[in-house]
Design a binder for this molecule. Structure first.
Ligand code: SAH
Length: 235
């Protein structure tokens, strides 16, 4: 019988090839997903940002294979990473641009923050607040491994905003509030935009614009389903 002995070096090579093949496979799946989202994504820069963020690096190991399906996925602690089309819709409504300072409420996996990080570029910054400590660590780990150093994950009750870095050009709330938290309106810059799901069981995505004179204009953008915002100005 011929025994094949695989050296450590060959084994290392084998693992590298497997990882490369896996990465290429995920890249292909990502391209297919984004192509399928054409009915939701109208802006080229949002499409490009979503192509650059590897969603499989933001979900638990057992869900990697499902990472490029257009659906929300569990991230533990009863929370979910939003469906890709929802991330695209929120990014478009926010009209994100290079250099923006963004506040996200509900960091979760860090995925949405990474997509926004792509859109605001190196001169911008995303501050993502999360109330559950294990998810703060999860999001930080995911963002570190994917190289998003323009995103900072903060532990806290985001229903009160995050006054330390206020005011913000944009505010993205990725959990549903009973009504619009006053501190978030205060921490939005004049000329700024906020997107927030509001409601109990049936929620409405609201786009809020604050003009240069601090007047607030609200627009309903359709029914959505998000996990609840829990906190002082939440449920
Ligand atoms: N944007 C996330 C998904 C968010 S799920 C992603 O891309 O993965 C909503 C998140 O909001 C959950 O992680 C939940 O713990 C968090 N959350 C709920 N209430 C909060 C609050 N008051 N402050 C900060 N985070 C909150």
């Amino acid at each position: 019988m011929v025994q094949v002995v695989i050296s450590e070096e060959d084994r290392g090579e084998e693992i590298n090839i497997k990882e490369k093949e896996e990465a290429e496979g995920f890249e292909e799946l990502c391209k297919r997903l984004i192509k399928g989202l054409e009915i939701h994504i109208f802006e080229e820069k949002v499409r490009e940002a979503m192509l650059r963020v590897p969603r499989h690096k933001f979900v638990p190991e057992y869900e990697k294979r499902a990472a490029y399906l257009d659906m929300p996925l569990e991230i533990g602690y009863g929370q979910t990473i939003s469906a890709p089309h929802m991330v695209a819709i929120m990014c478009e409504l926010l009209e994100l641009a290079e250099g923006h300072k963004v506040l996200e409420i509900g960091a979760g996996s860090g995925y949405n923050a990474a997509v926004m990080g792509e859109l605001v570029g190196k001169s911008g910054h995303v501050y993502a607040v999360e109330r559950l400590e294990p998810l703060v660590h999860f999001a930080r780990k995911n963002l570190k491994e994917t190289g998003y150093d323009n995103v900072t994950v903060l532990l806290g009750d985001g229903s009160m905003g995050y006054s330390k870095y206020a005011p913000y050009d944009r505010i993205a709330v990725t959990c549903a509030a009973p009504c619009i938290p006053e501190p978030l309106l205060e921490q939005l810059k004049p000329g700024g935009i906020m997107v927030i799901p509001v409601g109990n069981y049936s929620q409405e995505l609201i786009r809020i614009e604050k003009d240069r004179e601090d007047n607030i204009r609200k627009e309903k953008k359709g029914e959505v389903i998000f996990v609840p915002l829990i906190g002082k100005y939440g449920f």
